[in-house]
Design a protein around this ligand. Structure first.
Ligand code: GDP
Ligand code: IMO
Ligand code: MG
Length: 426
C-alpha cells in the first residue's frame, strides 16, 4: 500500500496530532519525518489530553508502530522523558523505533539558539529555543552527531571533541557565554542516555519499506507546516527543516511514487506563533475571542498564538506545493456565533490584485487581504457527528474553502476529542 502524508498547510498547530491519531487507527506505521520537540501535537481521547513532542501520534494504538524518521532532530533526554510520561499514563511505548540517521540535539544547540535570538534583538524569529535551527545547521555542515553515534562511544567522543571546541569558541568569543564541559556532555549522553536509547534504534528505512511491500498502511506525520518550511515558508521566519510533503520522502527514505495520499490540515481560521508576516492577522476583540475559544496558546511553550481569518491564497499555494489530495479542516466549531466569517481570497498590493502568494516577500509584508464575507452560524457544532448536523452556513463555508483551495475537504473537526469530526464529501 502506498503511504499517506499528513502535512500542515498554514503556520503550524492546525490539529495535525488529532488528525494523525484519527487516521492512525488503520495504520501499521506512523513515521515522523522532520522537526523535533519544537512540535506540540495534541490528542484528546476520552477527555484525557496527550501533548506529544517527538513521539509520533500513532503511539496510542497498540497495533501501530511509531517511528522517528531520519529527518527528525532528537534530544534523547526529551524523548526519554516523553516516553516515561506516556508509560506513567498507561501508554506502551516499547514499539517505538528511532532512526540511527536522525541527528542529535546537543546542549550547545540550545545555547546557540538562545544566543542568536538574543543577538537578533527586535528582529528575533521567536524560535522555540529548543536548539532546532543549530542542530539542522550542523547536519548541513556535516558536523552533526547522529543517534547511531550513541552506539559507538569512541566515534561519539571523537566527533564531540572537534565540535565542542568550535562551539565553545563561538559561544565565548562571539556571544560572551560560558564554555560547555565536553566530558560532562559525553558522560550524560553516553552513560546516562545511550543505554536507554540503544534498544529503540533501528533501521527505520528498512522497516518502512518492509511495511509498504507487505501492503500495510503507512502514515508519514509532519510537524510544523508549509509556511514554516525552510524553502517554501516565510523565510527567515521559518523552522529549519522541510515540513512540506516532499520532506516526508527525504525524512523517511520513501520515494514519491510510494505516496498516494496527502492530507493537508487546515484550521478554519489561522494562527501563527513567533514573528513573521501574516496578512490576515486580527487584533482587538475578535482576536481575543478566537484565542480564548480556540485555546490558542502554544502546546509546549504556552505562548499566545496570533490569530487571523482563513487565508485561501495560502491554502491554494499549500495544496500545490504539497500535492494535497484532500483537506482536513479543523476547529470549525470555534467559529460558531460569529455574525459573519471572512476568508481571504486574494491580496491587494497598492491597487494590484494578487491571486497567488507573491514570490517577493517584501510584497507579502505590505499586501492587504481581499475578503469574501460569508454568513456565520449560531449553532454549537461540538456534538455534530454527520455533515447533515451542520447548519447550512457552516456547510457553505466548507464548500467555499474547497472551491478556492482547489482540493476537496474530506473531514471537518468540531472539537478537540478524537470522535469530534464529521465526514464531508465536497
Ligand atoms: P498540531 O501541532 O497541528 O498537532 O496542533 P496542536 O495540538 O498544537 O493545536 C491544535 C489544538 O486544537 C489542540 O489543542 C487540539 O486539541 C485542538 N483541536 C484539534 N482539532 C480541533 C477541532 O476540530 N476543534 C477544536 N475546538 N479543537 C481542536
Ligand atoms: P507544530 O508541529 C507552530 C515556529 C516557532 C518560530 C519558528 C522557528 O506543533 O505545528 P524553531 O524553534 O522551529 O526554530 O522556531 O517556527 N514553530 C512552530 N509554530 N507550531 C509548531 O509546531 C512550531 N514549531 C516551530 O514559533 O516562529
Ligand atoms: Mg502544535
Amino acid at each position: 500500500m502506498p503511504a499517506t502524508v499528513v502535512v500542515g498547510t498554514q503556520w503550524g498547530d492546525e490539529g495535525k496530532g488529532k488528525l494523525t491519531d484519527l487516521l492512525a487507527k488503520d495504520m501499521r506505521l506512523v513515521v515522523r519525518y522532520q522537526g523535533g520537540h519544537n512540535a506540540g501535537h495534541t490528542i484528546v481521547v476520552g477527555g484525557e489530553s496527550f501533548a506529544l513532542q517527538l513521539v509520533p501520534s500513532g503511539v496510542l494504538y497498540p497495533s501501530t508502530v511509531p517511528v522517528i524518521g531520519n529527518g527528525v532532530v532528537v534530544d534523547p533526554s526529551v524523548l526519554l522523558a516523553e516516553c516515561d510520561a506516556l508509560e506513567a499514563r498507561g501508554v506502551d511505548t516499547s514499539r517505538l523505533v528511532v532512526s540511527g540517521n536522525a541527528h542529535l540535539i546537543m546542549p550547545y544547540h540550545y545555547e546557540l539558539d538562545r544566543a542568536t535570538e538574543r543577538s537578533l534583538g527586535r528582529n528575533k524569529l521567536g524560535t522555540t529555543k529548543r536548539g532546532i535551527g543549530p542542530a539542522y545547521a550542523d547536519k548541513a555542515a556535516r558536523i552533526g552527531l547522529r543517534v547511531q553515534d550513541l552506539l559507538d562511544p569512541k566515534i561519539f567522543r571523537q566527533k564531540l571533541e572537534v565540535v565542542v571546541r568550535e562551539k565553545n569558541a563561538v559561544l565565548a568569543k562571539v556571544y560572551n557565554r560560558l564554555a560547555l564541559d565536553e566530558d560532562e556532555i559525553a558522560r550524560r549522553y553516553l552513560d546516562e542516555l545511550a543505554p536507554r536509547i540503544a534498544p529503540m534504534i533501528g533501521d527505520s528505512v528498512g522497516i518502512v519499506h518492509d511495511a509498504l511491500d507487505a501492503g500495510e498502511n503507512v502514515m508519514l506525520e509532519g510537524a510544523q507546516a508549509t509556511f514554516l518550511d525552510l524553502d517554501h515558508g516565510t523565510y527567515p521566519y521559518v523552522t529549519s527543516s522541510n515540513p512540506t510533503a516532499g520532506g516526508a520522502c527525504v525524512g523517511t527514505g520513501v520515494g514519491p511514487r510510494d505516496v498516494d495520499r496527502v492530507v493537508g490540515i487546515a484550521k478554519a481560521y489561522i494562527t501563527r506563533v513567533g514573528a513573521g508576516p501574516f496578512p490576515t492577522e486580527l487584533d482587538g476583540e475578535l482576536a481575543d475571542l478566537l484565542v480564548e475559544r480556540g485555546h490558542e496558546y502554544g502546546t509546549n511553550t504556552g505562548r499566545r498564538r496570533r490569530p487571523g481569518w482563513l487565508d485561501l491564497v495560502m491554502l491554494r499555494h499549500a495544496v500545490r506545493v504539497n500535492s494535497v489530495s484532500e483537506i482536513a479542516l479543523t476547529k470549525l466549531d470555534v467559529l460558531s456565533k460569529l455574525e459573519v466569517v471572512k476568508v481571504c481570497v486574494a491580496y491587494d498590493d497598492g491597487g494590484r490584485r494578487l491571486d497567488r502568494v507573491p514570490y517577493h516577500q517584501s510584497v507579502l509584508h505590505r499586501v492587504v487581504p481581499v475578503y469574501e464575507e460569508l454568513p456565520g452560524w449560531e449553532e454549537d457544532l461540538s456534538a455534530a457527528t454527520s455533515i447533515t448536523d451542520l447548519p447550512r452556513a457552516a456547510r457553505d463555508y466548507i464548500a467555499c474553502i474547497a472551491d478556492h483551495a482547489g482540493a476537496p475537504v474530506s473531514l471537518a473537526g468540531v472539537g478537540p476529542g478524537r470522535e469530534q469530526y464529521v465526514h464531508v464529501a465536497s
